[in-house]
Ligand binder design. Structure first.
Ligand code: HEM
Length: 427
């Protein structure tokens, strides 16, 4: 007879943890494992053997790996203990706040993703109304029209770079609408975002310097837009929203920081979910056929693709008090890497987690957008953009078939593709 006793989640009775010194195979910061797409096994091993473990002395310093779905949710639900603040180094493992204070390139750009309460709440409140269901409704016809135009410009039966022609083009257009950014210059958003979001550039003073140059160029451009709009009335674009809010008194660095947040936050991520759609469904042709036969599965498939791709591999927190994390002795000042890429492959939550299953029942439980007070404020817009892309592909009965070499982003933060060839066919 089946037992009626409540099911105990053994994973959380006691989590084994381990301390290791880099180089160690559980140091998952080196970019090669993402370029070569061989991260699955190492995270699976951690989840089984020591879901929370500490790496000492990696290139990005010492940090705790947190690799399971529930442990990550647990940490994110305690923002007063596990801080996001830039004052402690912010939300990625890149040693941004931990640089030598004498380094002339050590500058701090506060952005609200890297703030704690109450300031985080105050600034998020200004931005969040740009992403309400009503705003999504307002933007959707423009997004749909532009998506259709891009798809209609693509060659059929001829190979092209999907990342450049579709993912980048559509995401950049979406950001341009959000900022009401001059259309002809929209590719600048892509360039700035690529520099600002590339944490590999922190490795040498030269590359740090180059990155800063690009950020200042972006700052000067956006300063002009700010000045032009300051004299005008309220408008729904993100710059006007900041101008007509308590954020109007931000200093230059905080303006820059928040721009980077909104541009990088919206750019690399959405772009890589669109690339994940073309690449991922090509890996699972039976699922692609299922989706082609039943377009009502598109909204769920959108969540599943975002889960499977996990466009941001991790977010970081810093402990501001000692804490016993399921047996792991976290100390004040410790850096914690929340590996969403691993949580989304956690077999205790997702069956056959490495597979795309377009009608997966719990696809929406993915952690690609994070969890808790910092959960992605742009999630609805990202889902809207991807849903419209899938719907417009279906309306044209177009299927992307991967043809060319895949080049992946060499980083443990943005998880995605630099380019790959695709040939469209009709079904
Ligand atoms: C598939 C696409 C996207 C993914 C995977 C993604 C992922 C994330 C993640 C992981 C976080 C941090 C969550 C946490 O710390 O718990 C975040 C926060 C954020 N995202 Fe996104 N994002 C996406 C699209 C967008 C878009 C389109 C925008 C806006 C243009 C955006 C703007 C932001 C902002 C402003 C935050 C900070 C929220 C806060 O701290 O309260 N994101 N996103």
């Amino acid at each position: 007879m089946a037992s009626t006793a409540p099911k105990i989640n053994r994973q959380f009775e006691q989590l084994p943890w381990e301390a290791n010194t880099a180089p160690h195979r559980w140091d998952v910061t080196p970019p090669d494992i993402y370029v070569e797409d061989c991260w699955h096994k190492v995270f699976a091993e951690m989840r089984t053997k020591a879901p929370i473990n500490k790496i000492e002395g990696s290139d990005f310093g010492s940090y705790w790996n947190v690799t399971t779905h529930r442990a990550i949710q647990h940490v994110e639900a305690l923002p007063d203990i596990f801080s996001s603040s830039y004052e402690y180094g912010g939300v990625s493992l890149a040693p941004l706040g931990d640089q030598d204070p004498n380094d002339p390139d050590r500058i701090v750009m506060p952005m609200f993703i890297a703030m704690d309460r109450p300031k985080h709440t105050e600034e998020r409140r200004v931005i969040a109304p740009a992403f309400t269901p009503t705003e999504m409704e307002r933007m959707s016809s423009e997004v749909r029209q532009r998506t259709g135009e891009v798809l209609d410009s693509l060659p059929v039966g001829e190979s092209f770079d999907w990342v450049d022609k579709v993912s980048i083009e559509l995401t950049t257009g979406m950001l341009a609408i959000l900022f009401d950014f001059p259309w002809k210059d929209r590719r600048k958003l892509t360039e700035w975002s690529d520099y600002a979001g590339n944490i590999e550039l922190f490795r040498t003073p030269e590359t740090r310097h180059k990155r800063l140059e690009k950020i200042y160029e972006m700052g000067a451009y956006f300063r002009r837009l700010w000045d032009e709009r300051a004299s005008k009335g309220e408008a729904p674009d993100l710059i006007s929203r900041m101008i007509h809010s308590p954020m109007k008194d931000m200093d230059e660095m905080e303006y820059l920081g928040n721009l980077i947040l909104l541009i990088v936050g919206g750019n690399d991520t959405t772009r890589n979910s669109m690339s994940g759609y073309a690449y991922g469904l090509d890996q699972f042709p039976a699922e692609r056929e299922k989706l082609e036969a039943s377009t009502e599965l598109i909204p769920n498939a959108v969540s599943e693709i975002i889960r499977w791709q996990t466009p941001l591999a991790h977010m970081r927190r810093t402990a501001i008090q000692d804490y016993d994390l399921f047996g792991a002795p976290i100390k004040t000042g410790d850096r914690i890497a929340l590996w969403y890429i691993s949580a989304n492959r956690d077999e205790s939550v997702f069956d056959r987690a490495d597979d795309i299953i377009v009608d997966r029942e719990n696809a929406r439980r993915h952690l690609s957008f994070g969890y808790g007070i910092h959960r992605c404020v742009g999630a609805r817009l990202a889902e809207l953009q991807l849903r419209i892309l899938l719907e417009e592909m279906a309306a044209r009965r177009l299927r992307p078939n991967v043809t060319g070499e895949i080049e992946r982003v060499p980083a443990c933060f943005v998880h995605g593709y630099r380019k790959f060839g695709v040939e469209l066919s009709k079904y």
